[in-house]
Design a protein around this ligand. Structure first.
Ligand SMILES: [Zn+2]
Length: 197
């Protein structure tokens, strides 16, 4: 029971693969595109085609960009000697939104996972060890999951003897968070990460 012509259905199917869009929202999005052809659909299609051709991974940090060296790696002001290690480009973007970190990044492209058979060679770990030789500090900003923490410990071990300082993000009470709502693990981590005031 096709409600739309076949190629429009195909477009809906493709859109429904996007995160946060199920079949129903994909249908609504496509309908909006069709109604706003000139203002939205044509520029969107052109930009998508253009980016699809030019997108590439930064050769140094693994960030997604449209040049061989991403804007962060080519900005001399960010040569602070600090490298922030993140699991994914989404985490890099999250760190950049925080606007607190002024150094450069290293995107691993995942975490070590025994379950999914992801070993060090599947990640950009050898490149990190290489870059760490030129750095003063490697900051591990990995997710507070079992795989994230396993990876953090693996990296700390791999960097032993390179002379670089290895740190990790503090875990604890989120800004605006109430103690009563935190889980026991977070409260324990916050207590261990306490500092003088
Ligand atoms: Zn880069």
């Amino acid at each position: 029971m096709a409600e739309a012509p076949r190629d429009i259905e195909a477009l809906i199917d493709l859109m429904a693969r996007l995160p946060g869009l199920g079949p129903r929202s994909a249908r609504r999005a496509v309908l909006l595109l069709l109604k706003k052809r000139e203002q939205v659909m044509v520029p969107l299609a052109q930009t998508m085609a253009q980016v699809a051709l030019s997108v590439r991974d930064c050769v140094q940090c693994g960030n997604i960009g449209t040049t061989d060296l991403c804007p962060i790696c080519s900005d001399p002001r960010r040569a602070t000697g600090e490298i922030c290690v993140v699991e994914d480009v989404a985490d890099l973007w999250a760190m950049e939104r925080g606007a607190a970190f002024k150094g450069r990044y290293h995107v691993l492209g995942g975490t070590l996972s025994a379950l999914d058979a992801v070993g060090p060679d599947e990640l950009r770990l050898p490149a990190l060890v290489e870059r760490a030789r030129e750095a003063t500090e490697v900051i591990l900003a990995l997710n507070a999951t079992v795989d994230g923490q396993t990876t953090a410990h693996y990296i700390a071990d791999a960097l032993t003897g390179t002379g670089v300082t290895v740190t990790m993000l503090a875990q604890g009470v989120p800004i605006g968070g109430e103690l009563d709502y935190l889980d026991d693990g977070t409260i324990g981590a916050a207590l261990r990460a306490r500092r003088p005031m």
